[in-house]
Design a protein around this ligand. Structure first.
Ligand code: NAD
Length: 477
């Protein structure tokens, strides 16, 4: 695979920015420049806005069946190209090839799911009070969408937003991640070649802050979707609110993991180690604050440490690598700072804790124990391969720690007691809770947070509602 340079896709054409400006793309395994991406300026955004506006009326009226058929063709193209696209993703993002391929194939399943949802955008007929009156609701596409996605899952985040928009009958301008531009562009190419009309789907890259500041208030744009940090999400949601635009926000989390004394400890260790070090922990739903009940704490910790020490860290080009580098250089000082702070406040470093070598952005799988709640890492998501394992005595302690933070994205728990499982279901404040197995992030189930973790879902049958508006019509005769 030769890593390709990436251009903008506007009104059905792949082209450089009108200014000719480009940004470098770096290989996280070496830090070397491997390619470049076009940097859109105001004139490119205006062209994308004009295309999204002009194509909206016809796309909205295109039958849902035809929209769904076209989308499913794109899914088939994505599956057929999965090996090639996965290699691009690994090269630009650093994750091992099987993870990149898994993400690409899962992207095809997401397209298929939302393609079918296009055919189920039902309205209602509401019984009238007066004879001869018909009352009905009509669901229709909300309008052109502006969407912003991050670098940790270059395809997964783009595919959810694009598929939802297309299924609903919206047009879309997607600002995909500048750090990892080629794999999302390859995804967009699948949609274009499947027959999505020119102008309906537009792809840009550039300065994220400049692009969001221009697109969100723009009168053409009717709906915003953002995945990224809570801090930026709050700023973008405020801007969307000022302009009365609907917004879906998929933001950060700080997932608690509750392991009770009656848990299947070995199953929990195996499932959590696999999940934690996936994508080097750069996952918004990554399990992070482990709370383990005293009687099983030693066994769990020793088991998890053994798994963490066995993780083979290396570049994607080595088939043996279980975990790649961090995706960008700024994560290294961020993790080092959090680990240093945890140790200064009394936490214990049980394994890892350091950058590996000085080429690329590799970091050791890291386990900290006994970290006090005022440490930064107990309050801000590490977004890296770092776990905190703390102990608790009474169930109440674990529930209150789990619910202590303003975040509420994912939560994990292991217990064989049905009473505890029921209490978890009732009391854990998270948009997604997985008990005794890892079962999140399928196309057909909700994906989204509560509290500071965001607003709305981009999975499951509710998701398409956020791209539709409801109009009520009552008529006599
Ligand atoms: P960041 O907050 O600078 O950026 C996060 C994402 O938002 C990036 O993709 C970035 O391009 C985009 N972004 C930043 N400012 C923007 C703006 N004004 N308008 C539109 N988009 C904007 O952080 P980062 O260094 O890239 O990542 C660090 C933190 O971000 C992580 O610790 C994590 O909390 C969060 N993050 C979350 C997710 C997620 O899946 N929810 C993904 C990536 C990053």
């Amino acid at each position: 695979m030769t890593y390709p340079d990436t251009n903008l896709f506007i009104d059905g054409h792949w082209r450089p920015a009108l200014s000719g400006e480009r940004l470098p793309v770096l290989d996280p395994a070496t830090g070397a420049e491997i390619g470049s991406v076009a940097k859109a300026g105001r004139a490119d955004l205006d062209a994308a806005l004009a295309a999204a506006e002009a194509s909206f009326a016809a796309w909205k009226k295109t039958s849902p069946l035809l929209r769904a058929q076209t989308m499913r063709k794109a899914a088939d193209l994505l599956r057929a190209r999965a090996d090639e696209i996965a290699a691009m993703m690994s090269a630009e993002q650093g994750k091992p090839l099987p993870q990149a391929k898994g993400e690409t194939l899962a992207g095809a399943d997401i397209i298929d799911w939302f393609a079918e949802e296009a055919r189920r955008t039902y309205g209602q007929v509401i019984p009238a009070r007066v004879p001869g009156v018909t009352q009905l609701t009509v669901k229709e596409a909300i309008g052109p969408v502006a969407a912003f996605t991050p670098w940790n899952f270059p395809i997964n985040q783009v595919v959810r937003k694009v598929s939802l928009a297309l299924a609903a009958g919206c047009t879309i301008i997607i600002k995909a991640p500048e750090e990892t531009p080629a794999s999302p562009a390859a995804l967009i190419r699948c949609f274009a070649e499947a027959g999505i009309p020119a102008g309906v789907l537009n792809l840009v890259y550039g300065d994220p802050a400049e692009i969001s500041a221009y697109l969100i208030p723009h009168p053409v744009i009717q709906k915003i979707s953002f995945t990224g940090s809570t801090a930026i999400g709050k700023r973008l949601a405020a801007l969307a609110g000022q302009h009365m635009k609907r917004a879906t926000m998929e933001l950060g989390g700080h997932a608690p993991v509750l392991i009770f004394d009656d848990a299947d400890v070995d199953a929990a260790v195996a499932a959590l180690a696999g999940s934690k070090f996936r994508n080097a922990g750069q996952v918004c739903i990554s399990p992070t604050r482990f709370l383990v009940q005293e009687p099983v704490a030693e066994r769990f910790t020793e088991g998890f440490l053994a798994m963490a020490r066995a993780v083979r860290v290396g570049p994607w080009s080595q088939a043996s690598s279980d975990m790649g580098p961090l995706a960008n250089a700024r994560r290294i000082p961020a993790l080092e700072r959090m680990i240093e702070d945890a140790l200064a406040k009394g936490g214990q470093l049980r394994c890892g804790g350091r950058r590996i070598g000085n080429e690329g952005w590799f970091f050791e799988p890291t386990v900290l124990t006994d970290v006090p709640p005022d440490a930064e890492i107990m309050n801000e998501e590490p977004f890296g391969p770092v776990v905190v394992i703390n102990r608790f005595r009474e169930d109440d302690e674990a529930f209150s720690e789990a619910n202590r933070l303003p975040y509420g994205l994912a939560a994990y728990a292991w217990s064989r007691s049905s009473a505890r499982v029921q209490r978890l279901q009732d009391e854990i404040r998270a948009g997604m809770l997985t008990i005794n197995h890892i079962g999140l992030s399928l196309p057909e189930v909700p994906f989204g947070g509560i509290g500071d973790s965001g607003v709305g879902t981009e999975g499951g049958s509710e998701a398409i509602e956020a791209y539709l508006q409801t109009r009520f019509v009552t008529r006599l005769g």
